[in-house]
Design a protein around this ligand. Structure first.
Ligand code: ASP
Ligand code: MG
Length: 436
Protein backbone atom coordinates (compact mmCIF):
# COMPACT_ATOMS: atom_id res chain seq x y z
CA UNK A 1 0.00 0.00 0.00
CA UNK A 2 1.20 3.49 -0.87
CA UNK A 3 0.05 6.90 0.25
CA UNK A 4 -0.21 9.44 -2.58
CA UNK A 5 -0.71 13.08 -1.74
CA UNK A 6 -1.77 15.64 -4.34
CA UNK A 7 -1.43 19.36 -3.63
CA UNK A 8 -3.86 22.14 -4.48
CA UNK A 9 -2.53 22.88 -7.98
CA UNK A 10 -2.61 19.19 -8.84
CA UNK A 11 -6.38 19.22 -8.28
CA UNK A 12 -6.84 22.90 -9.20
CA UNK A 13 -9.18 22.49 -12.19
CA UNK A 14 -11.62 19.89 -13.55
CA UNK A 15 -8.96 18.78 -16.04
CA UNK A 16 -6.38 18.38 -13.32
CA UNK A 17 -8.79 16.30 -11.25
CA UNK A 18 -9.31 14.03 -14.27
CA UNK A 19 -5.57 13.80 -14.74
CA UNK A 20 -5.02 12.80 -11.09
CA UNK A 21 -7.80 10.24 -11.37
CA UNK A 22 -5.82 8.63 -14.21
CA UNK A 23 -2.53 8.85 -12.32
CA UNK A 24 -3.81 7.03 -9.27
CA UNK A 25 -5.00 3.95 -11.20
CA UNK A 26 -3.11 1.09 -9.64
CA UNK A 27 -3.36 -2.59 -8.87
CA UNK A 28 -2.59 -2.03 -5.23
CA UNK A 29 -5.02 -0.51 -2.79
CA UNK A 30 -3.56 2.95 -2.19
CA UNK A 31 -4.61 5.85 -0.04
CA UNK A 32 -4.90 9.16 -1.88
CA UNK A 33 -4.65 12.30 0.25
CA UNK A 34 -5.91 15.52 -1.32
CA UNK A 35 -5.47 19.19 -0.55
CA UNK A 36 -8.20 21.68 -1.28
CA UNK A 37 -8.32 22.97 -4.87
CA UNK A 38 -5.71 25.68 -5.42
CA UNK A 39 -6.78 29.01 -3.95
CA UNK A 40 -9.65 27.58 -1.93
CA UNK A 41 -8.02 27.60 1.49
CA UNK A 42 -6.80 31.17 0.92
CA UNK A 43 -10.35 32.19 0.01
CA UNK A 44 -11.75 30.44 3.07
CA UNK A 45 -9.19 32.27 5.22
CA UNK A 46 -10.41 35.51 3.65
CA UNK A 47 -14.04 34.64 4.39
CA UNK A 48 -13.22 33.85 8.02
CA UNK A 49 -11.30 37.11 8.20
CA UNK A 50 -14.28 39.16 6.97
CA UNK A 51 -16.43 37.40 9.52
CA UNK A 52 -13.97 38.13 12.33
CA UNK A 53 -14.16 41.81 11.40
CA UNK A 54 -17.95 41.72 11.49
CA UNK A 55 -18.07 42.31 7.71
CA UNK A 56 -20.77 39.80 6.82
CA UNK A 57 -21.40 41.18 3.30
CA UNK A 58 -17.67 40.86 2.56
CA UNK A 59 -17.74 37.25 3.68
CA UNK A 60 -20.90 36.51 1.70
CA UNK A 61 -19.65 38.08 -1.50
CA UNK A 62 -16.39 36.17 -1.34
CA UNK A 63 -18.28 32.99 -0.61
CA UNK A 64 -20.65 33.46 -3.56
CA UNK A 65 -17.68 33.91 -5.82
CA UNK A 66 -16.13 30.67 -4.60
CA UNK A 67 -19.45 28.87 -4.98
CA UNK A 68 -19.64 29.88 -8.65
CA UNK A 69 -16.18 28.51 -9.23
CA UNK A 70 -17.17 25.14 -7.79
CA UNK A 71 -20.35 25.03 -9.85
CA UNK A 72 -18.25 25.52 -12.97
CA UNK A 73 -15.84 22.78 -11.96
CA UNK A 74 -18.75 20.37 -11.42
CA UNK A 75 -20.20 21.23 -14.83
CA UNK A 76 -16.87 20.49 -16.47
CA UNK A 77 -16.02 17.42 -14.46
CA UNK A 78 -19.03 15.18 -14.72
CA UNK A 79 -20.53 13.58 -17.81
CA UNK A 80 -23.43 11.67 -16.33
CA UNK A 81 -26.44 13.41 -14.78
CA UNK A 82 -26.29 11.06 -11.78
CA UNK A 83 -22.73 11.91 -10.81
CA UNK A 84 -23.33 15.57 -11.60
CA UNK A 85 -26.30 15.83 -9.31
CA UNK A 86 -24.61 13.86 -6.55
CA UNK A 87 -21.61 16.19 -6.65
CA UNK A 88 -23.85 19.24 -6.85
CA UNK A 89 -25.73 18.07 -3.76
CA UNK A 90 -22.52 17.59 -1.75
CA UNK A 91 -21.04 20.93 -2.79
CA UNK A 92 -24.35 22.74 -2.16
CA UNK A 93 -24.47 21.23 1.29
CA UNK A 94 -20.91 22.42 2.05
CA UNK A 95 -21.72 25.93 0.86
CA UNK A 96 -24.97 26.05 2.84
CA UNK A 97 -23.00 25.02 5.88
CA UNK A 98 -20.45 27.82 5.39
CA UNK A 99 -23.28 30.26 4.67
CA UNK A 100 -24.91 29.39 8.00
CA UNK A 101 -21.58 29.88 9.80
CA UNK A 102 -21.13 33.24 8.12
CA UNK A 103 -24.53 34.39 9.40
CA UNK A 104 -23.49 33.58 12.96
CA UNK A 105 -20.87 34.81 15.38
CA UNK A 106 -17.17 34.52 14.73
CA UNK A 107 -15.03 32.31 16.96
CA UNK A 108 -11.84 30.36 16.55
CA UNK A 109 -13.88 27.16 16.29
CA UNK A 110 -15.97 28.69 13.48
CA UNK A 111 -12.78 29.77 11.74
CA UNK A 112 -11.48 26.21 11.75
CA UNK A 113 -14.80 24.82 10.54
CA UNK A 114 -14.68 27.21 7.59
CA UNK A 115 -11.08 26.32 6.76
CA UNK A 116 -11.92 22.60 6.77
CA UNK A 117 -14.41 22.83 3.91
CA UNK A 118 -11.90 22.96 1.04
CA UNK A 119 -10.55 19.45 1.54
CA UNK A 120 -14.04 18.09 2.19
CA UNK A 121 -15.10 19.40 -1.23
CA UNK A 122 -12.06 18.33 -3.27
CA UNK A 123 -12.20 14.78 -1.92
CA UNK A 124 -15.96 14.47 -2.41
CA UNK A 125 -15.62 15.50 -6.05
CA UNK A 126 -12.73 13.13 -6.67
CA UNK A 127 -14.58 10.25 -5.05
CA UNK A 128 -17.73 10.85 -7.09
CA UNK A 129 -15.69 11.29 -10.26
CA UNK A 130 -13.85 8.00 -9.70
CA UNK A 131 -17.14 6.22 -9.10
CA UNK A 132 -18.48 7.72 -12.30
CA UNK A 133 -15.44 6.29 -14.08
CA UNK A 134 -16.21 2.86 -12.68
CA UNK A 135 -13.49 2.89 -10.04
CA UNK A 136 -14.51 1.53 -6.67
CA UNK A 137 -13.17 4.34 -4.51
CA UNK A 138 -14.02 4.77 -0.86
CA UNK A 139 -13.94 8.07 0.95
CA UNK A 140 -12.22 7.94 4.34
CA UNK A 141 -13.43 10.95 6.34
CA UNK A 142 -10.32 12.40 8.01
CA UNK A 143 -12.48 13.70 10.84
CA UNK A 144 -13.26 10.07 11.70
CA UNK A 145 -9.63 9.15 12.34
CA UNK A 146 -7.20 12.10 12.29
CA UNK A 147 -6.76 13.70 15.68
CA UNK A 148 -4.22 15.76 17.59
CA UNK A 149 -3.50 15.44 21.31
CA UNK A 150 -3.40 18.11 24.02
CA UNK A 151 0.03 19.23 22.78
CA UNK A 152 -1.23 19.65 19.24
CA UNK A 153 0.80 16.62 18.12
CA UNK A 154 -0.78 13.83 16.08
CA UNK A 155 -2.33 11.24 18.39
CA UNK A 156 -0.73 8.31 16.59
CA UNK A 157 -2.45 5.59 18.64
CA UNK A 158 -5.88 7.03 18.03
CA UNK A 159 -5.18 7.60 14.34
CA UNK A 160 -3.86 4.08 13.98
CA UNK A 161 -6.83 2.37 15.65
CA UNK A 162 -9.47 4.40 13.87
CA UNK A 163 -7.88 4.38 10.44
CA UNK A 164 -7.17 0.65 10.48
CA UNK A 165 -10.75 -0.04 11.45
CA UNK A 166 -11.98 2.04 8.52
CA UNK A 167 -9.65 0.24 6.13
CA UNK A 168 -10.79 -3.14 7.45
CA UNK A 169 -14.41 -2.22 6.89
CA UNK A 170 -13.67 -1.53 3.23
CA UNK A 171 -11.48 -4.37 2.09
CA UNK A 172 -13.00 -4.42 -1.38
CA UNK A 173 -12.12 -0.79 -2.15
CA UNK A 174 -9.85 -0.22 -5.15
CA UNK A 175 -8.62 3.08 -3.83
CA UNK A 176 -9.15 5.21 -0.74
CA UNK A 177 -9.61 8.98 -0.93
CA UNK A 178 -9.10 11.12 2.13
CA UNK A 179 -8.65 14.73 3.19
CA UNK A 180 -5.28 16.16 4.02
CA UNK A 181 -4.89 19.04 6.49
CA UNK A 182 -8.05 18.56 8.56
CA UNK A 183 -8.36 16.79 11.90
CA UNK A 184 -10.07 16.89 15.24
CA UNK A 185 -8.21 18.37 18.19
CA UNK A 186 -7.90 16.91 21.69
CA UNK A 187 -11.30 18.24 22.72
CA UNK A 188 -12.97 16.89 19.60
CA UNK A 189 -13.39 20.15 17.68
CA UNK A 190 -12.67 20.42 13.97
CA UNK A 191 -9.12 21.67 13.57
CA UNK A 192 -6.28 21.53 11.08
CA UNK A 193 -2.59 20.67 10.86
CA UNK A 194 -1.68 24.26 9.88
CA UNK A 195 -1.29 25.68 6.40
CA UNK A 196 0.32 23.26 3.99
CA UNK A 197 -0.56 20.48 6.42
CA UNK A 198 -1.65 17.94 3.82
CA UNK A 199 1.93 16.73 3.51
CA UNK A 200 1.87 16.14 7.24
CA UNK A 201 -1.39 14.18 6.92
CA UNK A 202 0.20 11.97 4.26
CA UNK A 203 3.23 11.35 6.43
CA UNK A 204 1.11 10.45 9.47
CA UNK A 205 -1.12 8.14 7.42
CA UNK A 206 1.88 6.50 5.76
CA UNK A 207 3.47 5.84 9.15
CA UNK A 208 0.28 4.42 10.61
CA UNK A 209 -0.47 2.00 7.77
CA UNK A 210 3.22 1.18 7.34
CA UNK A 211 3.03 2.21 3.68
CA UNK A 212 5.61 1.01 1.16
CA UNK A 213 6.12 4.63 0.17
CA UNK A 214 4.65 8.09 0.54
CA UNK A 215 4.41 10.01 -2.70
CA UNK A 216 4.07 13.77 -2.62
CA UNK A 217 2.81 14.98 -5.99
CA UNK A 218 3.26 18.67 -6.76
CA UNK A 219 3.98 20.72 -9.85
CA UNK A 220 7.79 20.48 -9.79
CA UNK A 221 9.91 17.47 -10.59
CA UNK A 222 11.55 16.86 -7.26
CA UNK A 223 14.39 18.86 -5.87
CA UNK A 224 17.18 20.30 -8.00
CA UNK A 225 20.85 20.37 -7.04
CA UNK A 226 20.99 24.14 -7.38
CA UNK A 227 18.56 26.99 -7.92
CA UNK A 228 17.35 26.78 -11.56
CA UNK A 229 16.44 30.48 -11.47
CA UNK A 230 20.12 31.42 -11.30
CA UNK A 231 22.10 28.45 -12.51
CA UNK A 232 21.80 26.69 -15.88
CA UNK A 233 21.80 22.93 -16.23
CA UNK A 234 20.76 22.04 -12.72
CA UNK A 235 19.62 18.47 -12.38
CA UNK A 236 17.13 16.79 -10.07
CA UNK A 237 18.59 15.17 -6.97
CA UNK A 238 17.70 11.48 -7.16
CA UNK A 239 17.99 10.65 -3.48
CA UNK A 240 18.54 12.32 -0.15
CA UNK A 241 18.44 11.17 3.42
CA UNK A 242 16.08 12.80 5.88
CA UNK A 243 18.86 14.87 7.49
CA UNK A 244 20.00 16.31 4.19
CA UNK A 245 16.41 17.15 3.36
CA UNK A 246 16.04 18.90 6.71
CA UNK A 247 19.17 21.01 6.07
CA UNK A 248 17.84 22.02 2.65
CA UNK A 249 14.41 22.90 3.98
CA UNK A 250 15.84 25.91 5.82
CA UNK A 251 17.12 27.23 2.50
CA UNK A 252 13.67 27.28 1.01
CA UNK A 253 14.61 24.44 -1.31
CA UNK A 254 11.47 22.96 -2.82
CA UNK A 255 11.38 20.22 -0.30
CA UNK A 256 9.10 19.17 2.51
CA UNK A 257 9.13 20.75 5.91
CA UNK A 258 11.12 18.56 8.34
CA UNK A 259 8.19 18.40 10.77
CA UNK A 260 6.00 17.01 8.02
CA UNK A 261 8.28 14.10 7.27
CA UNK A 262 9.01 13.22 10.89
CA UNK A 263 6.37 10.47 11.14
CA UNK A 264 7.66 8.97 7.87
CA UNK A 265 11.24 9.25 9.04
CA UNK A 266 10.54 7.56 12.37
CA UNK A 267 8.57 4.79 10.67
CA UNK A 268 11.35 4.45 8.10
CA UNK A 269 9.11 5.04 5.10
CA UNK A 270 10.55 6.60 1.93
CA UNK A 271 9.03 9.87 0.77
CA UNK A 272 9.09 10.45 -2.97
CA UNK A 273 8.56 13.89 -4.51
CA UNK A 274 6.90 13.64 -7.92
CA UNK A 275 5.56 15.97 -10.58
CA UNK A 276 1.90 15.73 -11.56
CA UNK A 277 2.65 17.52 -14.84
CA UNK A 278 5.51 15.18 -15.70
CA UNK A 279 4.63 11.87 -14.04
CA UNK A 280 7.46 10.00 -15.77
CA UNK A 281 10.17 12.20 -14.23
CA UNK A 282 11.87 10.23 -11.48
CA UNK A 283 11.70 13.01 -8.88
CA UNK A 284 13.49 12.88 -5.55
CA UNK A 285 13.26 10.17 -2.95
CA UNK A 286 14.02 10.95 0.70
CA UNK A 287 14.74 7.93 2.87
CA UNK A 288 17.08 6.59 5.54
CA UNK A 289 19.74 6.07 2.93
CA UNK A 290 23.17 4.94 4.00
CA UNK A 291 25.97 7.51 3.74
CA UNK A 292 27.19 7.65 0.15
CA UNK A 293 30.02 10.21 0.38
CA UNK A 294 28.31 12.48 -2.14
CA UNK A 295 27.44 16.14 -2.30
CA UNK A 296 23.76 16.47 -3.16
CA UNK A 297 22.85 20.11 -3.55
CA UNK A 298 23.75 23.76 -3.22
CA UNK A 299 21.24 26.28 -1.94
CA UNK A 300 21.11 29.88 -0.78
CA UNK A 301 19.20 31.81 1.83
CA UNK A 302 18.59 35.53 1.26
CA UNK A 303 18.14 38.42 3.67
CA UNK A 304 20.57 37.29 6.28
CA UNK A 305 22.16 39.57 8.84
CA UNK A 306 25.49 38.72 10.46
CA UNK A 307 26.12 40.05 13.95
CA UNK A 308 29.58 39.95 15.47
CA UNK A 309 30.10 40.34 19.20
CA UNK A 310 33.75 40.72 20.14
CA UNK A 311 35.00 40.90 23.67
CA UNK A 312 38.36 40.74 25.37
CA UNK A 313 36.45 39.29 28.28
CA UNK A 314 35.48 36.23 26.25
CA UNK A 315 39.07 34.96 26.31
CA UNK A 316 39.26 31.99 28.68
CA UNK A 317 36.05 33.14 30.37
CA UNK A 318 32.95 31.06 30.81
CA UNK A 319 29.42 32.34 30.58
CA UNK A 320 30.01 34.73 27.68
CA UNK A 321 28.11 32.74 25.08
CA UNK A 322 25.39 32.09 27.60
CA UNK A 323 24.82 35.83 27.99
CA UNK A 324 24.85 36.34 24.25
CA UNK A 325 22.32 33.57 23.64
CA UNK A 326 20.14 34.77 26.46
CA UNK A 327 19.98 38.17 24.82
CA UNK A 328 18.80 36.63 21.55
CA UNK A 329 16.19 34.68 23.45
CA UNK A 330 15.01 37.79 25.26
CA UNK A 331 14.49 39.49 21.88
CA UNK A 332 12.80 36.43 20.39
CA UNK A 333 15.32 36.18 17.60
CA UNK A 334 16.52 32.79 16.50
CA UNK A 335 20.12 32.23 15.54
CA UNK A 336 20.71 30.25 12.36
CA UNK A 337 24.43 29.98 11.82
CA UNK A 338 27.38 30.58 14.08
CA UNK A 339 31.16 30.86 14.03
CA UNK A 340 33.30 31.51 17.06
CA UNK A 341 36.89 32.37 17.86
CA UNK A 342 38.54 32.79 21.24
CA UNK A 343 37.63 36.46 21.37
CA UNK A 344 34.46 36.80 19.43
CA UNK A 345 31.43 35.18 17.94
CA UNK A 346 29.46 35.88 14.78
CA UNK A 347 25.93 34.63 14.36
CA UNK A 348 23.39 35.08 11.60
CA UNK A 349 19.71 35.85 11.87
CA UNK A 350 17.02 36.04 9.20
CA UNK A 351 14.49 38.05 11.16
CA UNK A 352 15.46 41.64 11.78
CA UNK A 353 12.31 42.73 13.55
CA UNK A 354 14.04 43.12 16.92
CA UNK A 355 17.47 44.03 15.58
CA UNK A 356 17.84 47.52 17.08
CA UNK A 357 16.94 46.48 20.62
CA UNK A 358 18.97 43.29 20.30
CA UNK A 359 22.13 45.13 19.24
CA UNK A 360 21.60 47.69 21.94
CA UNK A 361 21.56 44.94 24.56
CA UNK A 362 24.48 43.02 23.09
CA UNK A 363 26.63 46.14 23.50
CA UNK A 364 26.67 45.34 27.22
CA UNK A 365 28.98 42.40 26.49
CA UNK A 366 31.28 43.59 23.73
CA UNK A 367 31.81 45.47 20.52
CA UNK A 368 29.02 44.75 18.09
CA UNK A 369 29.27 44.88 14.29
CA UNK A 370 26.30 44.25 12.02
CA UNK A 371 26.58 43.20 8.36
CA UNK A 372 23.26 43.33 6.58
CA UNK A 373 22.13 42.23 3.15
CA UNK A 374 24.08 39.00 3.33
CA UNK A 375 23.32 35.55 1.97
CA UNK A 376 24.10 32.08 3.27
CA UNK A 377 25.17 29.65 0.57
CA UNK A 378 25.28 26.09 1.70
CA UNK A 379 26.53 22.81 0.37
CA UNK A 380 24.53 19.80 1.51
CA UNK A 381 25.46 16.15 1.27
CA UNK A 382 27.28 13.38 3.07
CA UNK A 383 29.91 15.64 4.63
CA UNK A 384 30.97 13.45 7.51
CA UNK A 385 34.40 14.77 8.49
CA UNK A 386 36.35 11.71 7.39
CA UNK A 387 35.21 12.38 3.82
CA UNK A 388 38.25 14.39 2.75
CA UNK A 389 38.28 17.35 0.44
CA UNK A 390 34.69 18.55 0.17
CA UNK A 391 35.19 21.59 2.37
CA UNK A 392 38.36 22.45 0.45
CA UNK A 393 36.48 22.25 -2.86
CA UNK A 394 33.65 24.40 -1.57
CA UNK A 395 35.96 27.07 -0.20
CA UNK A 396 38.18 26.96 -3.31
CA UNK A 397 35.12 27.50 -5.52
CA UNK A 398 34.59 30.84 -3.79
CA UNK A 399 38.21 31.91 -3.83
CA UNK A 400 37.55 35.28 -5.54
CA UNK A 401 34.46 36.04 -3.51
CA UNK A 402 34.72 37.69 -0.07
CA UNK A 403 33.44 35.22 2.52
CA UNK A 404 32.19 36.73 5.77
CA UNK A 405 32.01 33.47 7.74
CA UNK A 406 32.14 29.72 7.35
CA UNK A 407 30.48 27.01 9.39
CA UNK A 408 31.26 23.32 9.07
CA UNK A 409 30.96 20.40 11.44
CA UNK A 410 27.70 21.44 13.09
CA UNK A 411 26.17 18.43 11.42
CA UNK A 412 27.51 15.79 9.05
CA UNK A 413 25.54 17.24 6.20
CA UNK A 414 26.31 20.90 5.70
CA UNK A 415 28.96 23.53 4.96
CA UNK A 416 27.62 27.07 5.09
CA UNK A 417 29.29 30.27 3.98
CA UNK A 418 28.04 33.82 4.38
CA UNK A 419 28.68 36.21 1.49
CA UNK A 420 27.34 39.55 0.22
CA UNK A 421 24.00 39.25 -1.50
CA UNK A 422 25.47 40.77 -4.68
CA UNK A 423 27.84 37.79 -4.95
CA UNK A 424 25.15 35.14 -4.59
CA UNK A 425 24.52 34.20 -8.21
CA UNK A 426 28.22 34.02 -9.01
CA UNK A 427 28.80 31.89 -5.92
CA UNK A 428 26.00 29.48 -6.80
CA UNK A 429 27.34 29.09 -10.33
CA UNK A 430 30.87 28.47 -9.16
CA UNK A 431 29.80 25.94 -6.57
CA UNK A 432 27.80 24.08 -9.22
CA UNK A 433 30.76 23.93 -11.60
CA UNK A 434 33.17 22.91 -8.85
CA UNK A 435 31.00 20.27 -7.22
CA UNK A 436 28.77 18.68 -9.86
N1 ASP B 1 -5.29 23.35 1.85
C1 ASP B 1 -4.37 23.59 2.91
C2 ASP B 1 -3.54 24.82 2.61
O1 ASP B 1 -3.65 25.37 1.53
C3 ASP B 1 -3.50 22.43 3.21
C4 ASP B 1 -2.56 22.03 2.10
O2 ASP B 1 -2.72 22.41 0.95
O3 ASP B 1 -1.62 21.30 2.39
O4 ASP B 1 -2.79 25.24 3.44
MG1 MG C 1 -2.53 24.27 -0.52
Amino acid sequence: MKVLKFGGTSVGTADRIKHVARLIQSDSQNIVVLSAMAGTTNTLVEIADYLSKGNTPGAQETLNHLNLKYNNVIDELFDTPGAHSRAKAVIDERFSYIRALVRGEYSLAVNKEILAQGELMSTAMMDIYLNEQGVKSVLLPALDYMRTDANGEPDMKYVSTRLKRLLDLNRDAEVFITQGYICLNAVGEVDNLKRGGSDYSASIIGAVVDADEIEIWTDIDGMHNNDPRYVDNTSPVGELNFEEAAELAYFGAKILHPNCVLPAKLANIPVRLLNTLDPKARGTVIYNMPPDGKIKAVAAKDNVTAIKIKSGRMLLAYGFLHKVFETFEKHQTSIDMMATSEVGVTVTIDDESHLAALVDDLKNFGTVTVDRDMVIVCVVGDLEWHNCGFEAQAVAALKDIPVRMISYGGSNYNISMVIRSGDKIEALKRLSSALF
